[in-house]
Ligand binder design. Structure first.
Ligand code: GH3
Ligand code: MG
Ligand code: MG
Length: 352
């Protein structure tokens, strides 16, 4: 041990505890006002194999944490001043540093109150480092190990959330996919909510593909999707049901309001300016059905009614809205629910 350290009564930095084996260049930021102490801490951490940065200033420490994103901060516990405590609080408040472990260190063993204040201000641990360097090394390792576990857990959660999103979202448009829409409709029927379903189908879309190619067709579908999304109120749902067909699930609207909503969407799509389309008109036909919770209708019967209304909109000339007939009152549940026409048939090219 250097004589200076012996004179100060500091413990031996390297006892029987074997050197740490950092997983991947883990980094430690040492914050201490006193240069000699800071260098001693930094050397100890470097010998453990960590990448080390140092600063004397708590203000600079915040910037360094934000920029360098160290895996751990070793911070001087000011027994007299409060700069260290304030730094703890700030690091805990900032998004970028919220989870970085902070280990407080002091040259002289700190009082119980000082340690308690430090821990409550946001630090994770405390060591009287200069008397107990071996313990400091072990505690740093424990904090880094815990951080690795937390990081791994966060990654797994993020991936799971990604998978969940991918399973719910249509990749072409970013809207909900058919599975999500069916689930939402099923839940609303089960919860006996009043809501409506709008089937929105691009008119003569095959001709768009035939004339301009599938890639431009995709661009057009994305434009329709963006237009529908912009017009969807919060609490309502918009998705791509398949191909060039979209579905909107709107809460709490009566038949006239649903017609108004459908008209607004039809007109909005009709006004879209899509350079790739040139003079080719882009319109949609819409079939809408209102679900009455008192009717006892099933979700598939409701979808059949909306689909039949879309069929009617196609038959009656396209670029128009048709409302589905309400289900007959007090009739036993029906799977068809369609007045005039079968659910999946469409005039001419119509189909999903
Ligand atoms: P209608 O007015 O009766 O609905 O006529 P339509 O041509 O729109 O209907 P049809 O069912 O005959 O054709 C649908 C077209 O939509 C054909 C298909 O290639 C196209 N389509 C479906 N999914 C996609 C897609 O993901 N991308 C592109 N570009 N085209 C698609
Ligand atoms: Mg179509
Ligand atoms: Mg279709």
């Amino acid at each position: 041990m250097p004589s200076e350290e012996k004179r100060l009564g500091w413990g031996p930095a390297f006892s029987h505890l074997p050197k740490a084996v950092p997983e991947r260049g883990e980094s430690v930021l040492c914050v201490h006002e006193d240069e000699l102490c800071r260098r001693w801490l930094a050397d100890l951490m470097r010998k453990e194999g960590y990448d080390v940065d140092e600063t004397a200033s708590t203000t600079e420490a915040i910037l360094m944490v934000a920029q360098l994103q160290p895996d751990l901060v070793l911070l001087e516990l000011n027994v007299v001043g409060t700069a260290g405590l304030e730094l703890c609080g700030e690091l805990r408040m900032l998004e970028v540093s919220r989870d970085v472990p902070i280990v407080l260190v002091s040259r002289e063993p700190a009082t119980e109150e000082a340690v308690a204040r430090g821990l409550l201000a946001g630090a994770d641990d405390y060591v009287a480092a200069w008397q107990r360097p071996t313990e400091l090394r072990a505690r740093v390792r424990v904090q880094l190990r815990n951080k690795r576990y937390r990081d791994a857990l966060r990654r797994v959660r993020g991936e799971r959330e990604n998978f969940r999103r991918q399973a719910a979202i249509d990749p072409l448009t970013g809207l909900l996919n058919r599975r999500s829409l069916s689930q939402i409709i099923e839940e609303k029927v089960s919860a006996a909510e009043t809501f409506s379903v709008l089937f929105i189908d691009a008119d003569h879309f095959k001709a768009v593909n035939d004339r301009l190619g599938h890639a431009i067709g995709d661009t057009v579908l994305r434009s329709i999707a963006d237009c529908l999304r912009r017009g969807t109120r919060s609490g309502d749902y918009c998705g791509r049901y398949g191909g060039e067909e979209f579905v909107l699930v709107a809460s709490q609207l009566d038949s006239e309001q649903v017609r108004g909503l459908a008209e607004r969407h039809r007109q909005a799509v009709g006004l879209l300016e899509i350079p790739e389309l040139g003079a080719t008109p882009l319109t949609v036909s819409i079939g809408a059905a209102v679900f009455d919770p008192a009717s006892g209708e099933t979700s598939s019967a409701l979808l059949h009614r909306a689909d039949a209304a879309l069929y009617a909109a196609k038959s009656n000339g396209r670029n128009r809205v048709e409302m589905a007939e309400p289900p007959a009152p007090h009739e036993p549940r029906t799977e068809s629910g369609v007045v005039g026409g079968t659910a999946d048939s469409r005039p001419e090219s119509g189909g999903r």
